[in-house]
Write a protein that binds this ligand. Sequence first.
Ligand code: ATP
Length: 304
Amino acid sequence: LAQLFRPLDMLGMVYRTIRQGVIDMEAMFALIDTPQEIVDAPGAPDLAVAKGEVRFDDVVFGYDADREILHGVSFTIPAGKTLAIVGPTGAGKSTIARLLFRFYDVNGGRILIDGQDIATVRQDSLRAAIGIVPQDMVLFNDTIGYNIAYGREGASHAEIEEAARGASIHDFILSLPKGYDTRVGERGLKLSGGEKQRVAIARTLLKNPPVLILDEATSALDSRTEAAIQDVLGRIAQRRTTIIVAHRLSTVVEADEIIVLDQGRIVEQGTHRALLAGDGLYAQMWMRQATERDSGEEAELADA
Ligand code: ATP
């Protein structure tokens, strides 16, 4: 019997690997039309976004039936406000972002946008309302202009340029040999992490969604690039309901609300100031990262 199950296990593993690949690609909007397990209910209405309030109501979820990842997560992001999710690795931060985009259906509870359960509306209308700036954007093997234009079908050149300006990448593009017609991606010009992130931001600006998910890069950018990107992200998060999946605490100080997730549960919630004063997990994480930052700066100085 074991011999029969081993290949089945293997198949399961292959399936999970492929599925993860699909998720990663969807995160850059490349495979939105891929057939999924998630299906629209017959006659499902479009999501109607009036203000953009996002609410998780006792959300329970596991990727596999035998392992629950989120154990009843509830929070509300008022329209136009920014919520940052922090917590140890594996806590379920990115899972929350994936559920909001409805890559998976929840096992319990509900996710609501302006009072509408996202499981009951058409998926394409949901995804049209949400922009994602992923951790690590994979570019299409096409021109840099095309890579930005992908944010909105039929965008004019002037609109593409305006988005590039908003993402502070227009001047860089003009400095390239063929400007907006320069080919990028695997077979073209290789862009740095910071440049790719700006392309993702420009694409999102063009899409102009009322709800935004920023999945912060884990890989460190140099501090000047990072400050510039933070500045741009701060601007695009204004007037939009924003979820930041944060890996570095320095980026969440300005958030209207921070939730600290640990093993699939919210263990603390509040503003940066309140959480620091609370002396709990957030305060500990902050102290640890501050120490790392300080020793990092010393190392940089020593190198100079
Ligand atoms: P990190 O800070 O390391 O990015 P995270 O808090 O974003 O972590 P998630 O990516 O949400 O964590 O993962 C939460 C848990 O779910 C982890 O234990 C992970 O192993 C599991 N998990 C994530 N994706 C899948 C998947 N596609 N299939 C099965 N389990 C998964």
